[in-house]
Ligand binder design. Structure first.
Ligand code: ATP
Ligand code: LTN
Length: 328
């Protein structure tokens, strides 16, 4: 079976963009691949995090993954910092990464601008740690959003560089960019992607929002001047809402356009909000239930880490041998 690796940082509340673009696809892929899904807490601390919040979000993210349908029987669901091999391989890969190539990464440049008072070494090392994540498990495919493509390309370069210097060791991974509905845009500015760190709380719908909040955010969504409900490049606001509706309803764009023909914007927005709230309600209930059973959650994460550790250790011992670290 091919191997799949992906992760999300516990750096904020997940949005419906993260759900449609990432977590929901993980669920679809888990039966066809041998999957490793991580909570990337080591990546999260490259920007300042409140320690108590980080701890709370880590457990919440684990509960949310499972509530969304990630099945811990089918895949290894674990917390990155529980498997020390990530940091160990990162060190080795650091010795193969040029300062020039790390400093040219788009995300590093963006984050340096946004966190100008904290341009730390970890921020620059972020993609190398991500390469270590992926290469440790000999992943064939890495499902990510388009923004992470450059990082997967660095992982490919580092795998090839290591293999040519020390001999065949790593599989060269492929990014798996899910197209189509994968880009959910901000409800306040449909030219931007919906993001969990948007400073405007009305721009993003969070998986933790209650029904009234969801409906209120959709009612306030920015739309376009005429009153037609149709997907159109000239009408990015309405197109985004239609996209969200299709993704949550599981219907095609023409089916959605058909069912809203002749309807006013107010009723249309209410229908989109209700559809999203209906899908999220059982996920939220299941997440709350799981969070009541912290010991069950802990044992799922421990089992996931053990499974991940076994796979990671195999690669890491091979790497240590290849680079010439003495072992008895
Ligand atoms: P931040 O706003 O803090 O940069 P983010 O919301 O962009 O975070 P990430 O943790 O960087 O989220 O991304 C996790 C995954 O969620 C990414 O691989 C990406 O595929 C997916 N994703 C994020 N935002 C969207 C979106 N608006 N539409 C579709 N997919 C998304
Ligand atoms: N940087 C990723 C999260 C991430 C990741 C990974 C994704 C950390 N390690 C390994 C794929 C493979 C993001 O989506 N923001």
């Amino acid at each position: 079976m091919s191997i799949m690796y992906s992760a999300v940082q516990p750096s904020g509340n997940l949005t419906i963009g993260n759900y449609i673009g990432a977590v929901r696809n993980w669920v679809r892929l888990q039966s066809e691949y041998d999957c490793f899904y991580a909570i990337a807490d080591m990546h999260a601390i490259t920007v300042r995090q409140d320690p108590a919040e980080l701890r709370r979000r880590t457990l919440e993210l684990a509960a949310l993954y499972i509530a969304c349908g990630v099945d811990p029987e089918k895949c290894a669901l674990y917390v990155q910092s529980h498997v020390s091999a990530h940091a160990e391989l990162c060190w080795i890969l650091n010795t193969l990464t040029y300062v020039g190539e790390a400093s040219r990464m788009t995300q590093f440049k963006d984050k340096s601008r946004n966190h100008a008072d904290n341009v730390n070494m970890g921020l620059m090392d972020y993609p190398v740690l991500m390469a270590a994540d992926i290469l440790l498990y000999q992943a064939d495919h890495v499902p990510v959003g388009a923004d992470q493509k450059q990082h997967v390309e660095l992982a490919r370069d580092l795998a090839e560089r290591f293999n040519s210097r020390y001999g065949e060791t790593f599989k060269v991974p492929q990014p798996l960019i899910v197209q189509g509905e994968a880009r959910i845009c901000s409800l306040q500015d449909p030219s931007k992607k919906m993001s969990k760190s948007d400073e405007n709380p009305n721009a993003s719908v969070f998986l933790s929002d209650d029904r009234d909040t969801i409906i209120r955010k959709f009612k306030r969504a920015v739309t376009d001047s005429d009153n037609r409900i149709a997907a159109d490049a000239e009408k990015p606001g309405i197109t985004n809402l239609l996209n969200i509706y299709c993704a949550f309803k599981g219907c095609t764009m023409s089916e959605a356009e058909g069912s809203f023909a002749g309807m006013g914007y107010g009723d249309f927005k209410l229908a989109v909000g209700e559809t999203v709230a209906d899908v999220l309600a059982p996920i939220q209930a299941e997440k709350q239930r799981l969070l009541q059973e912290k010991d069950v959650l802990a044992s799922v994460l421990n089992a996931g880490a053990e499974r991940a550790f076994k796979a990671a250790r195999k690669t890491l011992s091979k790497v240590y041998r290849k680079v010439g670290f003495w072992r008895e």
